[in-house]
Design a protein around this ligand. Sequence first.
Ligand SMILES: [Zn+2]
Length: 467
Amino acid sequence: MNYQKIEKSIVSYEGSDLWLSKNQNGDRFLCSPGNPLGLTDQIEPGIFALSAHNAALMRKYFSWLNPQPLGLQTSAGTGDRLGLATTGHILAFEGSGIAPIFAQQSVRENVRTHRTPQQVMDDAMWGVFEMGWRLPWGADGDHLKNSEDIKSFVDAGYTFFTIDPGAFVCKADPKISNVQLIESLDDFNFESFQISLDSLLKSYNTQKLPVENINCSDHDVLIALIKYGKAILHVKEMFLDLSQRMGLKPFDFEVSVDETDWPTSVFEHYFIANEMKRLGIQWTSLAPRFVGRFEKGVDYIGDLSQFETEYKIHAAIQKYFGNYKISLHSGSDKFSIYRICATNSDYKIHLKTAGTSYLEALRVLALIEPKLFREIYDFSRKQYDTDKVSYHVSAEFSKMPIPDELSDDQLPVLLDNFQARQALHVCFGSVLDQFGKELLVMLKHNRDIYDKTIKNHFSRHLADFIQ
Ligand SMILES: [Zn+2]
C-alpha cells in the first residue's frame, strides 16, 4: 500500500521518528520504524493502527497530546460528531489566541453516535498529533447528569466537566404567595444547603445587593430557591464527586442551566453564583439560559437590544464574583451576539458549539456527492418531527424545501436555509445510523476540502472573540 507521510506530525523519541501517514483512501496510520514506544496493532512492519492502546502510549510519551484545564482563557469548544474535524478546527484556531476544546461530546451525543468518551478523546488527539499542535487544548464531558456520567469521562482523561442539573430545576409560579411558596419548600434539604430559610432570606434582604440594577424581595429569593435550590445541591454533590475522583489533578468545572424552560433572570444568575460560592463550589464557567432563542444551528432569534441590556447585567454579576467565564451553549452560528458577549465579559467567555462541524461535513457532501446528500436531506426532513424532541428548534416540515424541486447545484444552499439546516442539525444520530459509513468514506477521501470548509466556517465563529 502507498502511504503518504504527513510532515507536520513528525516527532522524535530517543532518536527514532514517529509520524502519521495516510493512504489513498484517506485512512491514517501511525508510522514508527524503530518502534521505541512498543506500539501494538501492527499492520505491516513499522506501520500501526490508530488503536486505543497506541493512543494511550502516545499520550504517555508526548505530553502535549493530553488535554489540560484551560482556566479563564477565552475558549471555544468545537464538538466533532464524526471524529474527523479536529484538523480543520486547528486551522481555524491557529494564531487566534483562543484556547480550544477539541474533544467535546455530551452524553446524549455519544448515545446517538455510538461513541465512547475515550473514542472522542482519541479522535481529537490524533488530529492534534497530525497537525503538530503544541498549545494547550481541553476535553469537555458535556451535559453530565450524574456520577456515572462523570466516571466515564474522568476515566478517559477529560479535563473539563459540564454539569447539567436540569433534572433538578423546578417550576415556581410567581403568582402564588410567600406562605404557599414556603409550604412547597417542605421537602427541601436545608441541612445540605447549610443554611436555614430565615438566614437565607436575611442574607439577601438586609443589605442592598452589590451589583447595580439587581434587587430582590423575599418573594424573588423564594422563587429562585424553589427553581434552583435542588439543582445547586445536585451541583454540589457532583462537584464533590468529581473532586474526589480527580484527586490532585486540576479541572475545569462548568455549570449549565441553559436547557431549562425559561431564561435565567439576572437575579437568578446572582442567586446561583452566590449560593454556589457559599457552598464552596469552584466553577470555571457558567451557562445561563439567556433571553431570546438559542436555536440549534441558526443565528440568535430575539430582540438584540434587550439581549444586550440584560447581558450587561449578567456580565456585571460575573465580574462581581470574579473567577468564572460565561459559557454560551448552543453557541454555533450566533454571529449577531458574539461581540456583545466578548466585550462585556472582557473576553472571559467560553463558546460552545456542537453540531456545526457535522453540518459542514454535509456541505462538503452536497458538493461532492449530491445524490447521497439528497437522500440524507430527504431522510432528515421526514425524521425531523421525531428527532427534534429535546432540542430548541422551530423549523417546520411543511416549510422545508422539497428535494425533488431542487437541482444538484441548489443542494449546498440548503445548508444556509433555516428550515433545512435545523432538520439536518437535529437528525445527525439517525442519519449516521443509516448513512454514517458512506459519509465517512467520502470525508476521508476529501479531507482537504473538509478541513478548509471547517476552517472557513469556524474562523467566523472565532473572529469576535479574538482580543
Ligand atoms: Zn448546552
